[in-house]
Ligand binder design. Structure first.
Ligand SMILES: NC(=O)C1=CN([C@@H]2O[C@H](COP(=O)(O)OP(=O)(O)OC[C@H]3O[C@@H](n4cnc5c(N)ncnc54)[C@H](O)[C@@H]3O)[C@@H](O)[C@H]2O)C=CC1
Ligand SMILES: O=C(CO)COP(=O)(O)O
Length: 327
């Protein structure tokens, strides 16, 4: 039995992948979600219209995690600290963790691996990230993804468990690179949505994605990541996906910002987490702290923080001083 904490869109969809090889216990905090999964085999709140395999069960009883060795975390990054705390009394000491969340904690500027190291130092941590829209995965459309762990046997454990003809899993030991690329792509996806909402052309879109990748890579390298990771599935793969598709909530949030909707309205309309809103603040703070030039992320945060209008932000980005392409 594998445990999945967070029965939102991705946690529910990901359970269908695990269910190819193992029973799944989904931990939800919302009784309505528990009941709909157990009685209808469908998560009506987060993944309506998708029938779940019969070996996916749900519960709100945290104590049941004490019987489980392998735990997948699929909760928004700003809530992870709280959720670890809630479950901590019940975890096995050497619990194996696979994190699916994409982002950076604003209050500490920590990546998720660092939060786990702080709160559950004896756990065995891996992170999975890549171009994987939840609904397409649940529909078993082919995709690829990457699992990163500092310990090869851990990433290979998850690879063996999850890989399936429609779900191709690669491994790497570059945890920093996968966490930074997966988290930061959401910020650039908001900017890409703004560009789309303003009806800019395809040249603008390509420029934004490429320069977005350049600044994500600069931050990653400063934190010790490897350059090649940014050309991989969690890097350019997920960035392309999220910057070009209305399936991305971050992209849609950007479109709605450009159309003049307030942040509160956008959150209500989309109804599930828009990680880039929060990661833009963490990126802004990290870029200042580390002295890394991240002009697009900084302007996304300025728009979200109401320090700049969209017009001001674009004026500032397009009138920057001439630069070498890589610096
Ligand atoms: N939806 C997608 O296609 C993908 C999402 N992700 C990432 O996975 C993470 C989760 O995303 P989604 O499932 O889409 O979000 P969601 O908004 O659909 O679901 C979030 C889930 O976390 C739970 N949650 C939130 N705060 C909590 C708290 N304090 N305590 C307990 N539970 C809490 C919610 O009840 C809900 O079940 C995000 O970091 C997202 O970027 C990654 C790949 C694909
Ligand atoms: O991370 C994702 C796909 O890989 C999901 O993107 P959004 O959070 O923008 O919907």
């Amino acid at each position: 039995m594998i445990g999945v904490i967070g029965a939102g869109t991705w946690g529910t969809s990901f359970s269908t992948v695990i269910a190819n090889r193992s029973d799944v216990m989904l931990f939800a905090r919302d009784e309505e979600v528990v009941n709909s999964i157990n009685s209808l085999h469908e998560n009506l709140k987060y993944l309506k219209g998708i029938k779940l395999p019969l070996n996916v069960f749900a519960t709100s009883d945290r104590k049941l995690i004490s019987k489980i060795e392998d735990v997948v975390f699929s909760v928004p990054v700003q809530s992870i600290r709280q959720v670890i705390d809630d479950f901590r009394p019940f975890f096995k000491e050497s619990v194996r963790i696979l994190n699916l969340g994409k982002g950076i904690e604003i209050s500490t500027l920590k990546r998720v691996s660092e939060i786990f190291k702080e709160l559950l130092p004896t756990s065995r941590y891996s992170v999975l990230s890549g171009p994987n829209f939840a609904r397409e995965v649940a529909l078993k459309e082919f995709c690829a993804t990457v699992v990163a762990s500092e310990h090869e046997d851990e990433s290979e454990y998850w690879q063996k468990l999850l890989i399936y003809p429609y779900f191709r899993v690669y491994t790497t030991d570059d945890v920093v690179g996968v966490e930074i690329s997966g988290g930061l792509k959401n910020v650039i996806a908001i900017a890409a949505g703004v560009v789309k909402g303003l009806k800019y052309g395809d040249n603008s879109k390509a420029a934004l994605i490429t320069r977005g990748l350049a600044e994500i890579t600069r931050l990653g390298l400063k934190l010790g990541a490897r350059q090649e990771t940014f050309f991989g599935l969690s890097g350019v793969g997920d960035l392309l996906l999220s910057c070009t598709s209305f399936q991305s909530r971050n992209f849609r949030a950007g479109v709605l910002l450009a159309e003049g909707y307030s942040l509160d309205d956008i959150k209500k309309r989309l109804g599930s987490i828009i990680e880039g809103i929060y990661t833009s603040e963490a990126a802004f703070k990290l870029s200042k702290k580390l002295g890394v030039d991240m002009p697009i992320a900084q302007q996304v945060f300025a728009i979200i923080n109401k320090e700049a209008s969209i017009k001001d932000a674009i004026d500032l980005l397009t009138s920057r001083k001439p630069l070498k392409e890589f610096y």
